[in-house]
Design a protein around this ligand. Sequence first.
Ligand SMILES: C[S@@+](CC[C@H](N)C(=O)[O-])C[C@H]1O[C@@H](n2cnc3c(N)ncnc32)[C@H](O)[C@@H]1O
Length: 270
Amino acid sequence: MSADIFAGQGSDPDLLAELYDLEHDAVSADLVFYREMASRLEGPVLDLGCGSGRLFRAFLDGGASRILGVDGSAALLRRAEARIAADPVLAAAAAAGAITLHLADLRALPRLPVGEGVGLAVAAGVLPHLDGPGEALRVLAAIGPLLARHGRLVIDDVGPGLLPSRDLPLSVDWRRQLHGRKVVRRSSLMRREAPDGLWIAYSTITDTVRPDGTIARLPASHRLWYPYPEALERLVAQAGMRVELSYGSHDLEPPGPGSERRIVVVARAR
Ligand SMILES: C[S@@+](CC[C@H](N)C(=O)[O-])C[C@H]1O[C@@H](n2cnc3c(N)ncnc32)[C@H](O)[C@@H]1O
């Protein structure tokens, strides 16, 4: 499996990245949570699978001294650069060397300049892209030693309340506008329950109107993995860390079967 989620999709990766932002930039329910986390944990923030840098501003607003954004998609990192250039606060931080972007596969992290250790590491929406427990353990085991003594890793994914309970046939997810032109996203999914978690084969077809009026059809597919809570806790322990807190939302609600998020705060083992 490639670290670039747009690799092998047979479509233009920059357009897929733009469409990705169209969908993900609408997500803002987590920004206060990340601002607060950054304000409580001194030291660099390591944004693992940072995508186009959606969370960077929240980290800076929380007082982060440095942000290291790591992602396997060159197209999404190009969008992160554009986001930084367009926001004076981000641009000033980047000019001062306080934001650095790293094109890398989380499963083979290069040496990162984290000084005395990372205060806050964030893996938001990233774990499901890994190919099951073996890869997740490799990634977690590489993150643990990067954390400062007081450092925390936040693993933040869709919770059980929003995971599909049955296969879904192709249907329209949303209709939006991009540069004043219509975009329609359709998706279908097939789920498989396994001892280590829920696997979802997720296919999307995005139709966009080109400037000349013709329609560009962009297919993409991902296999996603949502480990069960006990499976994730075991992996965290095997990686030499411990689950300190779990939340079911960015408002810090307790986790439950109907939770929209599964947020796990991980510390180094004592
Ligand atoms: C759902 S997006 C989340 C982006 C960002 N964390 C956010 O919350 O907006 C998942 C991100 O993980 C990245 N990713 C997935 N697998 C990766 C891997 N093996 N190595 C590096 N990045 C990866 C993708 O490129 C994508 O940017």
